[in-house]
Design a protein around this ligand. Structure first.
Ligand SMILES: Cc1ncc(COP(=O)(O)O)c(C=O)c1O
Length: 337
């Protein structure tokens, strides 16, 4: 079976082999060397302080919310899919007051500017960089950073399924991501990039208290048991990603563009918003398509959000080839049309 899902993704053999070994005790120099190396590699991919917690994408987003939003604070959510909705849920659980701008495509920076101008109490803006549920990416983050900064608010970004295959401009206040999508490792590490110190001072559970992780990072350690196998995998996958440089994102874009040209179904995202890591197509019989692909050895995903049960999603991350995508497109075309 090959995974062409939006995560977890098909891992290269050199990654699965890197983690298939005995554990390392996390209060030793051996661990410190591994941890330091993984952190340095993460920080070579994005210019901000990287923090690693045991968890998945959801915990990364919750951690961002709990450390940067205090109960009662007003936050603007730019929602254009299911994961935007989940971020709202997280902020409501934190006790924040959420102003939601929900659109079928990513809300433009000008609209954000208008909203922030009208409501001076908004302290932070939450954005999903790559909305996995509808295969859309936010392409105007640079402009959005300027808008949010000009109002003195914080920009909080969920890039769980985007980074680093989807380019991310520097100077985002906080980015939340995870190991098991475009970082080419298994699930188990929540990763945050911090361009400024956590703001919230109380009510943050121990497991997601960033100040504790930041303090221990000074000695290349973690406050609690780290996700060791995932760190071993990241050590290998990050070296590979760094070696490819800009070619890594280019390869993803080429794969997504190939699928949009080869699959004869109507794409969910309009051309200007198409994600480089996951594709989505309207489909009348998603169950049949998914089952037929399974028989041929490929796992893809069903639809989400407004297109649940009416679309299919094909991930283009991981150890896959254009030949796999060709075969997948042929099968989709033969079943769905
Ligand atoms: C954009 C986005 N945010 C958050 C999550 C949640 O991540 P997880 O399922 O790893 O907890 C996902 C998972 O697909 C996602 O795509």
């Amino acid at each position: 079976m090959k995974l062409l899902t939006p995560g977890p993704v098909q891992l290269p053999k050199f990654v699965t082999e890197a983690m298939a070994r005995q554990q390392v005790f996390h209060r030793t120099d051996e661990f410190r060397a591994l941890f330091k190396s993984v952190v340095e590699k993460l920080e070579s991919l994005y210019p901000a302080s990287a923090v690693i917690l045991p968890g998945t994408g959801t915990l990364a987003v919750d951690t961002m919310v709990y450390n940067y939003v205090s109960p009662g604070e007003k936050v603007l959510s730019l929602t254009y899919g299911e994961f935007g909705k989940r971020a709202v849920e997280s902020m409501l659980a934190r006790g924040a007051v959420v102003v939601e701008v929900e659109r079928d495509v990513p809300p433009a920076p000008d609209e954000v500017d208008d909203t922030l101008r009208r409501d001076r109490e908004i302290r932070a803006v939450m954005l999903v960089h790559n909305e996995t549920s509808v295969a859309m990416a936010y392409r105007q983050i640079k402009k959005l950073i300027d808008v949010v900064k000009s109002h003195g608010a914080l920009l909080l970004v969920d890039s769980v399924s985007g980074f680093p295959a989807e380019p991310l401009p520097p100077e985002i206040d906080v980015v939340a991501t995870a190991s098991h999508k475009a970082l080419l490792a298994p699930p188990g590490a929540s990763i945050l990039y911090l361009s400024r110190e956590p703001r919230a001072t109380s009510g943050v559970p121990l497991s997601m208290n960033l100040m504790k992780f930041i303090k221990m990072k000074e000695r290349s350690e973690t406050p609690y048991t780290p996700p060791l196998p995932v760190l071993l995998a990241l050590e290998a996958s990050l070296s590979y990603i760094l070696e490819l440089g800009a070619g890594y994102a280019d390869a993803h874009r080429e794969r997504a563009e190939y699928l949009y040209s080869a699959v004869k179904l109507r794409p969910v995202p309009p051309p200007s918003h198409r994600s480089f890591t996951v594709t989505a197509f309207h489909c009348e019989r998603p169950r049949d398509v998914i089952a037929r692909l399974r028989e041929a050895g490929y796992v893809i995903a069903g639809g989400m959000y407004k297109y649940r049960d009416r679309s299919v999603r094909v991930g283009v991350m991981g150890d896959i080839t254009i030949d796999d995508l060709k075969r997948v497109a042929e099968i989709i075309n033969s079943v769905a049309r």
